[in-house]
Design a binder for this molecule. Structure first.
Ligand SMILES: Cc1cc2nc3c(=O)[nH]c(=O)nc-3n(C[C@H](O)[C@H](O)[C@H](O)COP(=O)(O)O)c2cc1C
Ligand code: SF4
Ligand code: SF4
Length: 250
C-alpha cells in the first residue's frame, strides 16, 4: 500500500496528495500528526510545499527521522521559484541513507503573499493547469522511475534557506490581531505547532512558529494581519475541502 504523507497550509499540497491517491491508491496521512510505523507501507510518497528554497521545518524533521527502507518519492510544490529545493530534499534523503527514487516539482498558487497580492487570473491559470502537470509526475511514481537530482554547480539558494529558517520562529511576532477577531479559536486548532492560545479573549502567539501561514490565510475573519498591513486577500485552495487540511484520508 502507498502511504501518501503531506504537509499543507492552504490545501495546495493536499490537492496534490488527493490527485496521487486518485491515481495510485493509498492512504493520505498528515505529517505533523503521524506517529505510526512507516513500515506498514510498501512505498512512501511525500507531498510538501517549498518553504524559502528548501523544506518546511516539519517536513525536514519527518524525513530526517524516517525509519523506512522502502522506496520514497517526493513531490514538491511551489509558487514559481523552486530554486534548489529538489536537490536539498534529495540530498537530505541520501544523507539519511533513505531509498529516494525521485523528487519532482509542480507549480501551484503562491501563498507567501504577506506583502504583495497574486492576481486572480494567475491563481486560476495555475490551478487549471495543475491536474495536467501532475499526470506525468504521478505516472513516474507509478512506474518507479528513478530521477536523480544532480548537485547544482553553484548553490546560492540553500545558504539563504538555512539563514531564513533561523528566523521563522519570529514570524508570528509580526502578526497583529484586529478587532474583527471573534475568539472562534480556529487558528488555535489548525496551527501545526500549537503556537497559538487564547487568554481572556485575546489571541496570543508563542515562539514555535514555523511560518506556515495557515492561521493567516484561514482565519474566517481575516483578523490576523502582518504588521500594519491591511491586505484583504487570503487564499485557500478551492479544489479541496478545507476541513480536510490536517486530516488523514485512509
Ligand atoms: C514560509 C513560506 C516560504 C515559501 N517559499 C517559497 C519559495 O521559496 N519558492 C516558491 O516558489 N514558493 C514558496 N512558497 C509558496 C508555497 O511553496 C506554495 O504556495 C505552496 O503551493 C503552498 O502549499 P500548501 O497550500 O500546501 O501549504 C512559500 C510559502 C511559505 C508559507
Ligand atoms: S481564527 Fe481568526 S477570528 Fe478565530 S480566534 Fe483566530 S484570529 Fe480570532
Ligand atoms: S502561528 Fe500561524 S504561521 Fe505560525 S506555525 Fe502556527 S499557524 Fe503557522
Amino acid at each position: 500500500m502507498n502511504g501518501i504523507f503531506y504537509f499543507s497550509s492552504t490545501g495546495n499540497s493536499l490537492f496534490i496528495a488527493e490527485q496521487i491517491k486518485a491515481g495510485l491508491d493509498g492512504e493520505i496521512r498528515y505529517i505533523p500528526k503521524f506517529t505510526g510505523d512507516l513500515n506498514i507501507y510498501d512505498r512512501v510518497i511525500i507531498v510538501s510545499p517549498i518553504h524559502s528554497f528548501g523544506l518546511p521545518v516539519l517536513v525536514y524533521d519527518f524525513i530526517a527521522n524516517m525509519k523506512f527502507s522502502g522506496p520514497i518519492y517526493i513531490v514538491l510544490n511551489h509558487g514559481g521559484m523552486e530554486a534548489f529545493a529538489p536537490y536539498f530534499a534529495y540530498q537530505l534523503c541520501e544523507e539519511k541513507g533513505l531509498n529516494i527514487r525521485s523528487v519532482q516539482t509542480v507549480m501551484m498558487p503562491e501563498i507567501y503573499t504577506l506583502t504583495f497580492s497574486q492576481p486572480k487570473f494567475l491563481i486560476n491559470l495555475v490551478l487549471r493547469k495543475a491536474p495536467k502537470r501532475l499526470k506525468p509526475i504521478i505516472a513516474a511514481i507509478r512506474n518507479d522511475k528513478e530521477i536523480i537530482i544532480p548537485k547544482p554547480k553553484r548553490d546560492k539558494w540553500t545558504p539563504k534557506h538555512l539563514e531564513n529558517r533561523k528566523n521563522w520562529h519570529m514570524l508570528a511576532g509580526d502578526f497583529r490581531i484586529t478587532e474583527n477577531c471573534t475568539d472562534c479559536r480556529k487558528c488555535i486548532r489548525i496551527c501545526p505547532t500549537g503556537n497559538i492560545k487564547s487568554e481572556n479573549g485575546r489571541i496570543l502567539f508563542s515562539d514555535k512558529c514555523v511560518a506556515c501561514l495557515s492561521c493567516y490565510h484561514r482565519c474566517p475573519e481575516k483578523a490576523i494581519v502582518y504588521l500594519d498591513k491591511r491586505k484583504k486577500d487570503r487564499y485557500i485552495n478551492p479544489l479541496i475541502r478545507e476541513n480536510n487540511i490536517g486530516a488523514d484520508q485512509p
